[in-house]
Design a protein around this ligand. Structure first.
Ligand code: UGA
Length: 377
């Protein structure tokens, strides 16, 4: 049987680097086209993976990808809240403008699109059609409650929401075969970056807290850390995505929340749990310190926040025969170990060189640009 060719746009990022091996483990009859700007997080020697070092806005790239693959998984995004009010135009382009051509090409060529949207489309909190609060966010019944335009935090959610509507319209009126995924706070090894080592600015909360613990700095709690999130382990998450890729018929024209409602905690509780896990894994580490800060202090003007996000995952459970299992207590030790292994030595030595632990395989970097035009994938 001819292998199925699947393109993963953003394969070298946090989620992509977990998704690629999970897809390969589940299926013999797959060939993957892994596209990203860098592949430092993705190690693979599997001959079924072809690496393309390119940006999705490179002229001709999406055209070639959709000509060669029957499914495209689109993961590329600027998805860090510290950018939404500081680089709003880049955020809108990366999450909307650059991806409209992909949607059109998939629709025109009969290519299946598995697109990663975000739980942020629900906005500040869950509201039903009458504007009454509800405990969970549901794909079909929950409204979208974004803040005013001067709260630039919502540039991201708005761009993501508009792309969802473009995809939906191409599906309903143009026959596009799509599945939209709304991830809810996926965490795990290799998430984001440590400022001053392999990135600059404020990463998402897990990496912010890990960076503070590794440096012996205070963990900064925006608004006292009362906001609540539901954290899902990246391992549970990618198992659901593998099933979405496999179950094209069941997932056709569906929007799916993927998260773990059993792991709903306040940001303060996450900070405390992470500090406990860190103390247990790094004996002799300085005692963790916490400090309440305003959102403005950390993010600047125009930030806003979601108070609480709890996914309703009934549809994902049903369509995918899937259930997230990993508790926060189970996932945090492995996450701490990953950050310590990758950044501990660099931070201790005061250098900016990252030490990648346990990478026995080949790493594909920007020096190995794969030229699509010459390839026989
Ligand atoms: C983010 C992104 O906007 C979404 O794209 C993404 O889908 C989502 O994370 C996710 O991971 O699924 P958010 O949860 O608000 O949304 O972002 P985080 O940076 O992870 O922050 C979570 C909460 O922690 C926020 O209330 C933030 O203010 C707070 N925080 C963050 C702190 O209290 N201290 C910090 O050092 C960093």
């Amino acid at each position: 049987m001819k292998p199925e060719r699947v393109a993963i746009l953003g394969a070298g990022g946090f989620i992509g680097s977990h998704l690629v091996p999970a897809l390969l483990a589940g299926r013999e009859d797959l060939e993957l086209l892994a596209v990203d700007l860098t592949f430092e997080k993705l190690v693979s020697t599997d001959p079924r993976v072809r690496f393309v070092t390119a940006s999705v806005d490179r002229p001709g790239l999406l055209d070639e990808v959709t000509a060669r693959c029957s499914t495209v998984v689109s993961l590329t995004a600027l998805c860090n809240p510290s950018l939404y009010n500081t680089r709003p135009l880049d955020v809108i382009d990366a999450n909307y403008t650059d991806l409209v051509p992909l949607v059109k090409l998939c629709a025109a060529r009969g290519v299946r699109l598995v697109h990663f949207s975000t739980c942020e489309v629900y906005g500040r909190r869950a509201l039903d059609a009458q504007g009454h609060g509800t405990p969970t966010m549901n794909e079909e019944t929950t409204g979208m409650f974004l803040g005013p335009v001067d709260r630039e935090r919502w540039t991201y959610a708005c761009a993501k929401q508009l792309l969802e509507r473009v995809i939906w319209a191409h599906g309903l009126h143009g026959g596009l075969d799509f599945t939209i995924v709304r991830p809810f706070n996926v965490i795990g090894p290799r998430m984001d970056f440590v400022p001053g080592v392999d990135g600059e600015g404020v990463p998402r909360v897990l990496a912010s807290f890990m960076s503070a613990l590794l440096r012996g700095n205070e963990l900064l709690l925006v608004g006292g850390g009362a906001q609540r999130r539901s954290f899902i382990s990246v391992e549970d998450f990618v198992q659901a995505v593998v099933r979405i890729v496999d179950r094209a018929t069941a997932c056709r024209r569906q929007i799916l929340n993927l998260g773990n409602p059993a792991n709903e905690v306040s940001v303060r509780a996450l900070a405390e749990a992470l500090a406990r896990a860190y103390a247990a894994r790094v004996p002799g580490a300085a005692r963790a310190r916490f400090r309440d800060v305003t959102a403005e202090t950390l993010y600047g003007a125009g930030y806003d926040d979601s108070e609480q996000r709890v996914p309703d995952i009934g549809k994902a459970r049903r369509l995918l025969s899937w259930q997230p299992e990993t508790t926060l207590e189970q996932m945090l030790p492995g996450i701490v170990d990953d950050y310590v292994a990758r950044y501990g030595l660099a931070l201790a030595a005061g250098t900016s060189k990252i030490v990648f632990a346990g990478s026995g395989g080949r790493r594909f970097g920007s020096g190995l640009t794969f030229r699509l035009l010459d390839s026989a994938l």
